[in-house]
Design a protein around this ligand. Structure first.
Ligand code: ADP
Ligand code: MG
Length: 346
């Protein structure tokens, strides 16, 4: 998918020239970045704020498949998934470090594509790339990104603060990224049996974008701050709503009731669900990679939260003894299970 005219082998230009070439467009955005890349280590000054750190590893063949992942999208997404974790702490990401291991099948131009995606994410979310490491690899590519951020001590939101009667809220909509992946996998299979067939991707724009170019919900963190609503617990949805709400419930020592009819599911996701013979609540509950925020707020905010179209109330917190359940559209009670998302696209 990455069409390249020029192909420069990485070994032709050397590691430091490569890094310089990849990073030449990046500019400093945060005054707390005291020393960026170029020395033995970066320096950040957080003054009296708390420092928030999260890291993720993406391995070719496990987390992404080069056949249907454009490198620019891969770069963008690999930053986003890290920023999403920082926002889920109710914090502000300010820096990232990026480490890559690449085999000789990747050219300098291919890495420029990857870094173009990383650059776009840094611009959009105003974070500084302050360092990393580069290595060769025997097979494929591995990307490890660490995001660093800051937060006032009293603003931090953990997974463990949900209380009985709190409302369970979700940003955006769920299940689209999973359905996007199913379309990509289907077309990849068709391509493998007949490389002359063009992939049929028209009409699937929304779900493909959700899979290939997700966003982190900075806007929701900002909105809640403006509304002076501090969630009691929060987590980002990388493994499906079921698995994430169970994390909150376990750490908060509470139970939950989720209503199937309240799940936010885009029209596109519902339509594709029919094509794949899948009830749309299945990917919404158990699909992966939505990168929406799941959070709980005290009941007194019900009216205020309902004013925001980008937030849905999907249920409420109950006593631990009542367990964790889904109320289906036909009003039956099902125990919620952490089917989660297997990080194996292969
Ligand atoms: P060292 O020998 O100390 O590991 P390197 O030569 O690997 O230093 O890196 C030089 C500088 O470039 C460092 O500031 C490092 O953080 C940065 N850097 C190295 N690889 C990358 C990369 N893939 N992306 C961003 N910055 C990088
Ligand atoms: Mg190094």
């Amino acid at each position: 998918m990455d069409t390249k005219q020029k192909i420069t082998p990485i070994k032709d230009i050397g590691e430091f020239a490569l890094i310089k070439r990849l990073l030449k467009k990046f500019s400093k955005k945060n005054p707390n970045t005291i020393k960026s890349w170029g020395d033995d280590a970066a320096i950040i000054d957080f003054k009296n704020k708390q420092t928030v750190i999260s890291t993720d590893l993406l391995v070719e063949g496990i987390h992404f498949d080069r056949n249907y992942t454009p490198l620019k999208h891969l770069g963008y997404k690999s930053v986003i998934i890290n920023l999403s974790d920082i926002y889920a702490m109710n914090a502000k990401p300010t820096q990232i470090v990026v480490s890559i291991a690449v085999s000789a099948t990747y050219s300098v131009e291919a890495l420029e594509e990857l870094y173009e995606g990383i650059y776009l994410a840094c611009e959009k979310y105003q974070v500084d790339l302050v360092g990393g490491d580069t290595s060769s690899s025997h097979s494929g590519m591995t990307i490890s990104i660490t995001a660093i951020g800051e937060v006032e001590k009293e603003e931090v939101v953990y997974r463990n603060g949900a209380k009985e009667n709190d409302l369970i809220c979700v940003s955006g909509d769920l299940g689209a990224a999973y359905m996007g992946l199913q379309v990509l996998l289907r077309e990849n299979e068709v391509f493998k049996t007949n490389p002359n067939l063009q992939p049929k991707l028209e009409g699937y724009d929304y779900i493909l974008e959700r899979q290939l170019k997700p966003e982190a919900r900075k806007d929701i963190v900002d909105l809640l701050k403006r509304a002076k609503i501090k969630p009691t617990a929060m987590i980002d949805i990388s493994d499906g709503l079921s698995s994430e709400i169970l994390h909150i419930c376990e750490q908060s020592k509470v139970g939950c009731l989720i209503y199937e009819e309240k799940l936010p599911i885009a029209k596109e996701t519902q339509d594709i669900g029919k094509e794949f013979n899948l009830a749309p609540s299945i990917p919404a509950l158990n699909g992966g990679e939505d990168y929406e925020l799941l959070f709980t707020v005290p009941l007194k905010y019900a009216e205020e939260i309902q004013r925001y179209p980008e937030i849905s109330i999907v249920g409420h917190i109950v006593k631990k003894e009542k367990g964790n359940h889904l109320v289906s559209n036909d009003n039956k009670l099902f125990p919620l299970e952490a089917q989660g998302w297997q990080a194996t696209n292969a």
